[in-house]
Design a protein around this ligand. Structure first.
Ligand SMILES: Nc1ncnc2c1ncn2[C@@H]1O[C@H](COP(=O)(O)OP(=O)(O)OP(=O)(O)O)[C@@H](O)[C@H]1O
Length: 248
């Protein structure tokens, strides 16, 4: 799937929220979308999912089955969990039992007869995930999927992402806490004031760049890398302290 010179603004006289976005997502690829608050991450994901139409430019070769999980599941709908998942299955001409696997896996069994509006944020998020996965998606778009999820459920997200990509689907996921940034093979895009900057893993350091060396505690290294990337910095490498004895 390709973003072909996409510009997006929410209103005719508003400023541009996305500017000249040109990027590609390959089948089987995970793209982690990072960037500061208000940069345009959610907007980019909604354009990718087809929820928002670009003002200029086009999304090309979007797979026919798209799974979309918004940051906030729209719970103000007159359904119970089971009623909603059955209605979503019927809409997609799937058997009534299509959601059973996800009901079981996401631990929704105890909430089947609860109205959507009465669910906790995390449980509503799981219902959102279940509906996005009813048919194996060629593109799965997840906007901050961990928000509200308990620790036991959080580990399911990278598992599900890996299963989708192993089946040949592409995944776009925004992740301000950096929970998925360590997923093997994931590429990182940083959104800054509406522009998308794919991370250049091996690109040369520009003449006017400055290299800042930072020491962090070993157990904090992964999180520090994620935070630096999320702030739009390039991380050139991580190395052990060469002289630990002298440092003491
Ligand atoms: N429905 C909307 N109508 C008008 N402006 C909007 C709308 N949604 C978002 N915006 C604006 O577009 C800009 C980008 O918002 P967006 O939600 O895409 O950023 P984000 O990077 O996902 O931020 P966050 O991490 O805080 O969720 C912001 O200035 C935001 O106020």
């Amino acid at each position: 799937m390709r973003f072909d010179a996409i510009w997006f603004r929410y209103a005719r006289r508003a400023g541009w929220t996305l500017r000249a976005v040109t990027a590609a997502v390959e089948p089987g690829q995970t793209v982690v979308v990072l960037g500061p608050n208000g940069a345009g991450k959610s907007t980019l994901l909604q354009v990718a999912a087809g929820v928002l139409r670009p003002t200029r430019g086009a999304v090309r070769d979007r797979p026919p089955v798209v799974g979309w999980v918004p940051e906030r599941f729209p719970a103000a709908q007159p359904f119970t969990t089971l009623g909603y998942l059955r209605a979503m299955s019927a809409l997609r001409r799937l058997p009534e039992t299509a959601a059973d696997h996800w009901i079981d896996r996401l631990g929704l069994t105890g909430h089947l007869h609860t109205p959507l509006g009465d669910l906790s944020k995390g449980t509503a998020q799981k219902v959102g995930l279940a509906q996005a996965l009813l048919t194996p998606p060629g593109l799965l778009v997840l906007d901050e999927p961990w928000e509200g999820l308990d620790a036991a459920s959080r580990v399911l997200v990278p598992q599900i992402v890996a299963e989708v990509t192993e089946a040949g689907g592409a995944v776009l996921v925004s992740d301000h806490r950096g929970e998925i940034a360590g997923l093997p093979g994931a590429v990182h895009w940083t959104v800054r004031t509406g522009e998308v900057h794919p991370e250049q893993q091996d690109g040369p350091v520009a003449a006017d760049d400055v290299i800042v060396e930072v020491a962090v505690r070993r157990h904090e290294a992964a999180e520090a890398v994620v935070r630096l990337r999320a702030s739009g910095h390039r991380v050139l490498g991580v190395r052990e302290n060469a002289a630990p004895e002298e440092a003491r």
